[in-house]
Design a protein around this ligand. Structure first.
Ligand code: MG
Length: 307
């Protein structure tokens, strides 16, 4: 019966023109993915994901020069060779800086007015690249969303931009996943409900809640779980002054996320899709690989117990 239900769901998704890897049959609980980089971003190198037997990746968008239709086709062929399915292509823009929290506020995503129009156009290009490699999800750090109570015009302007973006993506069968971090769970929930688009969801990164000081991750996950369609396995330690200075990223399982509780809570909120290991230390490649393998082993052992 379960197989029949799965086949029917798959057929419905195919007929509707969208078949998302994390929706497909759910044969495997919590398949593991890695966050990879090609020529930009902080992910691990793509070949490594294949070397350790993964079937899924999330990736930082390649640079503009590497997003041409020809290069996208070549990249798609390479993914096939490596046996990797791309789950999410994440946006990244020139001029973004995570140097400290005030700089991040000024430079990230679609919030800064001076770069908004150009970045909006670039997201369309990134989405087209994603589509060309067979990926139906675009991820983004949209930026620090202005609170409606503090700046209603800025808030409403960003809502409109997010609506336009969701509509562009919907027209080509894609979703938009907002990465957690900048907002509290309540703030993110309110924004998603204001945008009110059926293809807007969340990429839940529990470590970011700690790094940005925006709330206890497990409690946040319980609140926003219904919108979570992709996740990062990343861990962190709280800063002395959360929200004013960065927390510290550490290997998954060694921080204050509580890895076991995180995975248990994912299951409790109804998410058993891929878990993407993110370890943002590309300047230490051997350590990055070792800690990704350790995270993989940890997730597998927890997932096994939760069957
Ligand atoms: Mg993340």
């Amino acid at each position: 019966m379960r197989t029949l239900t799965c086949l029917l769901s798959l057929a419905a998704l195919v007929l509707s023109g969208t078949c998302f890897a994390d929706d497909c049959c759910k044969k495997e609980q919590f398949p593991i993915a890695a966050f990879v980089s090609v020529d930009a971003g902080l992910g691990v190198q793509i070949d490594f994901a294949s070397e350790i037997g993964l079937k899924y990746i999330q990736m930082h968008t390649p640079s503009k020069e590497a997003r041409t239709p020809e290069k996208a086709a070549a990249f798609k062929a390479r993914l096939k060779e490596l046996g990797l399915t791309p789950l999410v292509v994440f946006c990244g823009f020139d001029g973004e800086s995570y140097a400290d929290i005030p700089t991040t506020k000024k430079t990230i995503g679609l919030v800064p007015q001076e770069t908004r129009a150009a970045r909006f156009e670039e997201i369309k290009e990134i989405a087209n690249f994603a589509k060309a490699i067979g990926c139906d999800v675009v991820g983004i750090h949209i930026g620090f969303i202005p609170l409606k109570s503090e700046d209603p015009k800025a808030h409403d302007d960003l809502v409109k931009v997010a609506q336009e973006l969701c509509d562009y993506l919907a027209a080509q069968g894609q979703r938009l996943h907002l990465e957690t971090g900048q907002e509290t769970a309540d703030g993110l929930l309110a924004f998603i409900e204001d945008v009110n688009r059926p293809n807007l969801f969340i990429n839940f990164d529990p470590a970011n809640m700690i790094l940005y000081g925006s709330g206890e991750p497990i409690e946040a996950l319980k609140k926003i779980g219904k919108y979570v369609r992709s996740v990062h396995a990343k861990d962190a330690l709280w800063a002395k002054n959360p929200g004013k200075e960065w927390g510290q990223e550490v290997p998954f399982g060694q921080g204050q996320v509580n890895a076991r509780k995180f995975i248990e809570t994912l299951k409790a909120v109804g998410y058993t899709g891929p878990i993407t290991i993110e370890r943002e230390i590309p300047d230490q490649p051997e350590r990055q690989k070792k800690e990704i393998i350790e995270a993989k082993n940890l997730i597998e052992s927890i997932a096994k117990e939760l069957k």
